[in-house]
Design a protein around this ligand. Sequence first.
Ligand code: ATP
Length: 234
Amino acid sequence: MNPLLELNNVDAFYGSAHILHGLSLQVNPGERVALVGRNGVGKTTVVNTILGLAQMKGGQVRFGQRAIAHPRTYLAAQHGIVVVPQGRRIVANLTVEENLLLGAATGRKGPWSVPEIYKLFPILQERAHTPGTALSGGQQQMLAVGRALMANPGLILLDEPTEGLAPVIVDLLAEIFNRVAGQGTALLLIEQNMSLVVRVAQRYLAMAKGSVVAQGPVVHSRQGLEELERHVMV
Ligand SMILES: Nc1ncnc2c1ncn2[C@@H]1O[C@H](COP(=O)(O)OP(=O)(O)OP(=O)(O)O)[C@@H](O)[C@H]1O
């Protein structure tokens, strides 16, 4: 099976700041992978490299079978790789529904449409004509996930999707991520909440100082949770 996303020995920079050092990872179709590590180790920079927001100066990136010399957001989207960004980035002067429609810009075919997103998150239908940024934090996160699904992706990169959210919303999102993954969409979950990681991911990659330093299966037990937590402890 060919990976949907592959980074091989990638070096990435912001200006002269060298952040990723020989980082390698891959995500296969339908897989649920967690990317964990302490604050500042470079997890968001992995996403930014895939989107072309950090400069890749060494190594290779592949979207599906295609080698990508200069990664860009639109190239990732064309290959079915979309991001739920940290901080959600809901467009302020668009309604909930207009924000959802933005996600469909690539025109990829698949099961997700506005009515399907409303079935997943009924609150978004109730608030369809409200400005997106007037929603609560949890509702904005649902909107960000719905907007990503509208692209009918093969892979969703989730950058700290539960940051700052109430436990009840975290539980709802965990269930949604599992439902979405159950339909065959791969997930790369960047997350500090290890109890969410054990509920959603099958495999983890742990980062330190800009590269992947450990990896393994996610084990659904107290011991498994403790193993993961060691990688994020300060
Ligand atoms: N635009 C930027 N210009 C220069 N340095 C940056 C920029 N964005 C992030 N950095 C630095 O890059 C390093 C990695 O940051 P990154 O956001 O990728 O880490 P992270 O693992 O996602 O952490 P967090 O959990 O805090 O989001 C940090 O030292 C950060 O200060």
